[in-house]
Design a protein around this ligand. Structure first.
Ligand code: AMP
Length: 588
């Protein structure tokens, strides 16, 4: 028992410790905290603070608080805290000591060994400094591994062969992208590139700047020299940013931010996700340049990629998902909590070293996308039956997502909300879970279309709670339905995704950038497969997704679908389509 080895992600912004117990990798937490801010402080009362307590002090006393020490590892920089000078190793050791204590508290035994992760670009000096930090904290660092390697281990990619994965890691203060190759059970970093000064903090800064501008214009006061007010703005901006990952808009409200002639001044602003994305789009564009660079360095093409892993808390921003999937033309893996995946991977490595068996990490996900029916206007004509997804398939549950929908007409006061599960862009081709009417909608002003906020809450028991809210009248309606859920390993999810994507005949609808109101529906199918056959395939897919068939029936249907899609000539296709029609008739 004494030979236990923990896995540690010693991050720039946050750190975490994990272990493999009974074959299952899991994070060791401190109360409700699974990740610990990588912050160290010396309090006015004369005590040492690490983690959340230190982060809280940062707002009040930034001079006696140290953040992002990881950037200085391997350098000669010294930090003064509580009147004493410290090396970066010593500051990091405070964090490691805290993680060691968390592990010991959880496990009820002394912990003396660890695997610690570092960025793939870390030099020998930086790796050595990380090892020394461990030793100062009383930990023998049995191995230093690269963060992208750890992420690949957490996803079980060491069981795959001859595969190439792109690991996109956007944390709080750093960004890196690596190409990881799997050969014969060995995970190796082929190339890595990044920006050590790009991360979630930059997104917070942008939003805080905007808030500052609004505040100073309104009150004619600058907060530039008011450190405390600026720190409060930053925290409020971060909270709003996190909110915008799940909701279409956020309110920033900070009371008594400053005062003028003894009158308190408050900040109040509203920002939509679209505005936030516009404000920060150049930051994300920088990550595209890094993805291009890493591919060039490794002499690879986008088509050579088999998997994409999202790592780091900032990858929860929907714009990141969109950017990475557009760039790689792959559906990224994000099932394992992006804040925890590196520590979990370090624990997997630790278990391998200790000769312990390791099972795959299990995650609860939505196996199908969930959304509602919407319509759009194209050149003055209404196109109905469009599937608008709120929760994408393979999203880890529990999850909450909200979107705003506009009514088609200014005087429309009721909307039928139809809730679907499935992947087809045509709403009615998916499985209808439930529907309800919300009426008495009010317009926010003359000539304005009333709006409805639709919110999906998917809980741990697989219940989907759908709420429609009229933001003007406050009127709300809700339903709860049992939706399909699954407990799968990321590896199983990836294979299921591959199988599904082969069937995604219609999964291709593009938004026309030139005209906001126009959505074009394009069907991407081989020329020989006509509209009728496509509809048959879609029916087959919906039937398979509804999970109501016996295994034998599902296999027969899948096999026939495969044959139809691979038919080499028209005669064969017609015959098989006929057969499919018969089978559907029987099964439905
Ligand atoms: P990490 O260093 O990987 O722990 O990432 C920390 C960064 O992730 C911070 O900048 C957080 O603000 C950011 N972050 C965490 N959760 C979210 C979220 N839901 N949406 C956007 N950013 C997030």
């Amino acid at each position: 028992m004494s030979d236990i080895i923990v896995g540690i992600d010693l991050g720039t912004t946050n750190s975490a410790v994990a272990i493999v117990q009974d074959g299952v990798p899991r994070i060791l937490s401190k109360g409700d905290q699974k990740i610990i801010p990588s912050v160290v402080g010396y309090s006015k009362q004369g005590g040492w603070l690490v983690g959340r307590a230190a982060l809280n002090q940062y707002t009040l006393d930034p001079d006696n608080t140290v953040r992002s020490i990881k950037r200085d590892m391997g350098s000669d920089r010294r930090v003064t805290l509580g009147g004493r000078e410290f090396t970066p190793q010593e500051i990091s050791a405070f964090i490691l000591r805290e993680l060691k204590a968390i592990a010991e508290e959880n496990l009820g035994q002394t912990v003396t060994k660890a695997v610690i992760t570092v960025p793939a670009y870390f030099t020998n000096a930086q790796r050595q400094a990380t090892k020394e930090a461990g030793e100062i904290a009383g930990l023998e660092v049995v191995r230093i591994i690269n963060e992208p390697t750890a992420a690949a281990l957490a996803y079980g990619l060491d069981h795959e062969d001859d595969k190439m994965a792109l690991v996109y890691d956007l944390g709080g203060g750093t960004f890196d992208v690596s190409l990881v190759e799997m050969t014969g059970g060995v995970v190796e970093v082929r190339a890595s590139h990044g920006d050590t000064h790009l991360g979630g903090d930059d997104f917070d800064d942008r939003l805080a700047e905007q808030a500052h501008q609004i505040f100073s214009q309104k009150h004619q006061v600058s907060l530039q020299d008011n450190r405390l007010a600026m720190a409060r703005l930053n925290r409020a901006a971060e909270a709003a940013k996190v909110h915008l990952s799940d909701f279409p808009e956020a309110n920033i409200r900070e009371e008594y931010l400053a005062e003028q002639e003894a009158i308190p001044l408050h900040l109040e602003m509203k920002i939509t996700r679209a505005e936030f994305e516009d404000l920060t789009k150049d930051l994300l564009a920088r990550t595209t340049a890094s993805m291009e660079k890493v591919l060039t360095d490794a002499e690879l093409e986008i088509e050579d990629l088999d998997r994409v892993l999202l790592v780091g808390g900032s990858t929860r921003m929907p714009a990141v998902w969109d950017l990475v999937s557009d760039f790689t033309q792959l559906e990224p893996d994000a099932e394992i909590n992006p804040d925890e995946v590196v520590a979990l991977g370090a624990a997997v490595q630790a278990a391998i070293i200790a000769g312990q068996p390791v099972d795959s990490i299990l995650v609860d996900v939505t196996p199908y996308s969930l959304g509602i029916e919407a319509a759009t206007m194209v050149g003055g004509q209404i196109i109905p039956d469009i599937y608008s997804i709120l929760i994408r398939r393979n999203t880890t549950i529990p999850v909450t997502k909200e979107q705003v929908f506009r009514t088609l007409y200014p005087d429309q006061d009721a909307v039928q909300v139809k809730v679907y599960q499935g992947e087809a862009p045509i709403a009615s081709a998916n499985t209808l879970l439930d529907e309800f009417l919300i009426d008495g909608l009010k317009s926010a002003g003359r000539g304005q279309h009333p709006t409805v906020n639709v919110r999906f809450d998917f809980d741990v028991n697989g219940m989907l709670h759908v709420t429609a809210i009229d933001p003007v009248s406050g009127n709300r309606k809700n339903v709860s339905v049992q939706a399909t859920q699954a407990r799968l390993t990321p590896h199983e999810i990836a294979s299921a995704r591959e199988r599904l994507s082969e069937m995604d005949m219609f999964d291709n609808f593009d938004e026309d950038d030139d005209d906001d109101d126009v959505i074009e529906l394009t069907a991407d199918a081989p020329a020989t497969i006509d509209k009728e056959t496509k509809a048959l395939l879609q029916r087959a897919k919906s039937l398979l997704e509804a999970n109501k068939l016996t295994t034998e029936q599902a296999e027969q249907l899948s096999s026939l679908v495969d044959q139809v899609m691979q038919a080499s000539n028209q005669g064969e296709l017609d015959e098989l389509s006929e057969e499919l029609l018969d089978m559907l008739f029987e099964l439905e």
